[in-house]
Design a protein around this ligand. Structure first.
Ligand code: NAP
Length: 281
């Protein structure tokens, strides 16, 4: 069984991106800039944003974090986004989710210029991805996709099952696999026989949020299994896949932690650089 090392893959991607930033700097005499808006003091959000800033600096991006208290008015945030939309030194804008209840998430997402939407959540980017056009792609599914391609460069004709249909993970993952000519089944909480669906799959991507949902006898021999889940349990952090059982069957499997997680931030940096490159054309 191949243990898919997301930490190593992310470090390799960051090294490539660092070189690319250096080349862009010598060509354009400027570097891509990532601005993150952080509202409130939720501990996980603070940690994510700190890690994003650290990784952005590491590859040589210009990075900025704008912090607001929980009580900030929606109008203030929307005005700041407008200002960042017209700032030529800002290539990518990310508003860290979740937002306080009084702020309309969709309004905030739609306020970001789609060409600077490094999270790929703007409806324009969602539409472009599903139409097969160039777009920003949500970072976690993009990371999963890059890990799958490392194991199996030619995905054409493979059967893929995506467990979970969130806008963040399951739906964009489905689009990426379709684009690679996989035959994709997207499953969710109302799916009748999830085990039977998974048993058909050459590739399984589990993005559910239920600890160890995907069991060993759900997985065909030689399947590639990507575990997006991050679940806090009494036994520590576990994924949506039963690691010990599935590792006995699968051809390749991501661990949790150390699989998909590290790729997410690396893909955010990639998206920022891609936004910058498109803006220079
Ligand atoms: P979400 O928005 O809660 O969506 C969960 C999806 O799972 C929904 O589509 C839901 O179906 C489906 N589901 C629920 N119970 C199911 C069941 N018994 N069988 C089949 N499908 C079922 O979750 P998310 O934001 O996509 O996140 C999923 C997991 O990934 C979480 O553990 C999260 O912490 C983790 N995550 C990890 C990263 C990373 O960087 N590694 C990033 C983001 C999220 P319905 O649509 O029918 O409700």
């Amino acid at each position: 069984m191949i243990l898919i090392d997301g930490k190593k893959a992310a470090a390799e991607l960051r090294a490539e991106l660092k070189e690319e930033v250096a080349e862009l700097k010598s060509k354009h005499n400027k570097v891509p800039g990532l601005t993150v808006i952080l509202i409130g003091d939720l501990a996980p959000s603070q940690i994510y944003v700190r890690n994003k800033e650290k990784s952005a600096n590491e590859v040589g991006l210009k990075s900025e974090v704008i912090k607001y208290p929980d009580s900030v008015e929606e109008k203030t945030v929307l005005e700041k986004i407008q200002e960042l939309n017209s700032d030529k030194t800002v290539s990518g804008i990310l508003v860290q989710l979740p937002l306080p209840k009084h702020i309309d998430k969709q309004k905030v997402i739609e306020a970001i210029d789609p060409s600077k939407d490094v999270d790929g959540f703007h409806p324009m980017n969602v539409g472009n991805l599903s139409s097969g056009y160039e777009s920003s792609i949500p970072c976690t599914p993009l990371g999963c996709y890059l890990l799958i391609k490392k194991i199996e460069p030619n995905l054409s004709g493979k059967k893929a099952v995506v467990v979970g249909r969130s806008n963040l993970n399951g739906k964009p993952m489905t689009q990426l696999l379709l684009k690679e000519n996989c035959t994709v089944t997207i499953t969710h909480s109302k799916t009748k026989d999830l085990k039977a669906e998974c048993l058909e799959a050459d590739i399984i991507v589990a993005a559910v949020g239920i600890p160890e949902l995907v069991r060993g006898d759900w997985v065909k021999k030689d399947a590639i299994v990507i575990d997006v889940g991050i679940n806090k349990t009494d036994n520590g952090i576990v994924g949506d896949v039963h690691f010990d059982e599935v590792s006995k069957n699968a051809k390749a499997l991501t661990p949790v932690p150390g699989g998909v997680g590290p790729m997410t931030i690396a893909c955010l940096l990639k998206n920022t650089i891609d936004c910058f490159k498109r803006s220079q054309i």
